[in-house]
Each structure stands twice: as C-alpha cells, then as structure tokens.
Design a protein around this ligand. Structure first.
Ligand SMILES: [Zn+2]
Length: 246
C-alpha cells in the first residue's frame, strides 16, 4: 500500500459506530472491507477505553477524507452516533478525548508540517454536485469543532473555516450538522439521496425542488403541498437520513 510523502493535515474523525460497539481496529477494518475498501480507512483509531490502536498504519495513505488522503493522517475515535444513528458528541468518552489530545501532540512532533482539523471542516460536497458520495455519509464527523478545540490546546490548526453549522430540522428534534448549509439544503440532500432529481443543492426551495417535494409527497401518500412541511420533513428524515460511517 502506498505511503504519504508529506503529512500536512491531521484529520479527526469518529467511526459512527453505535453506542457500545467496541471491536477495535479489526472491527472497523471488517466494516470498511465490507464496503468494498481494500483496508481500514483510518491511519489510527482511539477505542472507547481510550486506547489508541494503529489502523492502516502511520505512513500509509488512508481512505478517510475525499481529496486529502495523500497528505493527511486520519485519527478516528470509536463512537460518535447515538442509538438512532444521529451525530452525538456525548457518545465520545473523556478517555478518548484525553488520548486524542496526547496523540495529536505526539503526531505534531512526528510530522512537523501537520495542521489539525475535523473531517467536517473539509466540506466534502464542495463541488456542489449534490451527490452523496461514500465519504460524505457522516457529515457531522467528528461531531465537534476540532479547530478551536485544538487551538485552545496550543496545537497547530488548519487555516480553513468550517462551513458547517448546526441546523434544526423539526421543532424539538436534536440538531443536525450539515453544510455549507441551511435547513432547506439539508432537506434537498435527503431528497437527492432518495433519487429525486432537483438540480443543485442550493438551499433554495425553487420550482424543481417543489416539484421533487410533491413527487415525494405523492409517493408517500402525503398532501402534495410542495413544501417541506412537518409531515414531509418527518418522513424524509425517517427514510433517508444517513446511517453510514465516514
Ligand atoms: Zn470522518
């Protein structure tokens, strides 16, 4: 497997495995291989008990962030989603965050050019094609803002601005992270995931989007209002909200 020539970026992830999942790098490797990859995507993982474990290897080019694998180190904490597969920072253990900080410090010494960020800071849909690619599945990854977190601890951080922000899709629901985004863009993405064609994901509920919403409502036996109304949002989320890892 190919090795990196430079390591200028450190990318923090979560595995998006459910609460209680604790099968180590071998288990993540099995999941990733089942998805058709050659090996575990991450260079290293941090288990729920705080134990760091090599994944693909220290110098290997991983498969953890579209477009940046050849220059980056992927460090992933096991967890990150709740029992409903929703992004949940509180699933990450304190022991994992302690190890994360320590490993980031060590790796910053090993790779003097490295700068840290979170997966979601590297906006995976920045080409705006609206296609949900495998690496985009867990768009909240790693469920917290790594750049300010790392900067507070004196670690070098990447000079990028995450365009991600929390959005509320339904009253009283948990917030979802997606971006560069609005509620409408998120819902457009869910429609796209369902195979509805609506043009670019632009956050604007224009004619194509309204037509797609109506088609979805018709297929779902809902009133064809063309709006992202409450029953439509609830149904969209229940069917198309992602549950895969990244
Ligand atoms: Zn990730």
């Amino acid at each position: 497997m190919a090795n990196r020539e430079r390591t200028t970026l450190g990318v923090v992830h979560v595995t998006a495995t459910p609460p209680g999942w604790d099968k180590g790098a071998a288990g993540i490797r099995a999941i990733h291989k089942a998805q058709g990859w050659s090996d575990i995507g991450y260079n290293e993982i941090i288990n729920p008990d705080g134990r760091a474990e090599m994944g693909r290897g220290k110098m290997a080019i991983g498969a953890h962030v579209a477009g940046f694998n050849s220059i980056s180190y992927g460090l992933s904490m096991v967890g990150g989603v709740d029992a409903k597969n929703r992004p949940a920072f509180n699933t990450i253990k304190d022991a994992q965050l302690e190890t994360l900080e320590k490993r980031m410090r060590d790796l910053t010494i090993d790779f003097p050019e490295i700068k840290w960020c979170g997966h979601r800071d590297l906006s995976p849909d920045k080409n705006g094609n609206g296609v949900i690619e495998p690496f985009e599945h867990m768009k909240a990854c790693p469920t917290f803002d790594v750049i300010p977190w790392a900067a507070e601890r004196g670690l070098p951080v990447a000079d990028i601005k995450g365009t991600w922000k929390p959005i509320v899709l339904e009253p009283e629901s948990d917030r979802v992270y997606d971006g560069p985004d609005t509620r409408t863009a998120y819902l457009q993405r869910l429609l796209t995931r369902g195979g509805y064609v609506l043009g670019p994901i632009d956050g604007i509920a224009g004619k194509k989007t309204r037509t797609a919403v109506k088609a979805f409502q018709f297929a779902s036996g809902l009133d064809q209002t063309g709006d992202f109304d409450a029953p439509t949002v609830a149904r969209l989320r229940s069917i198309f909200e992602t549950k895969a890892a990244a």
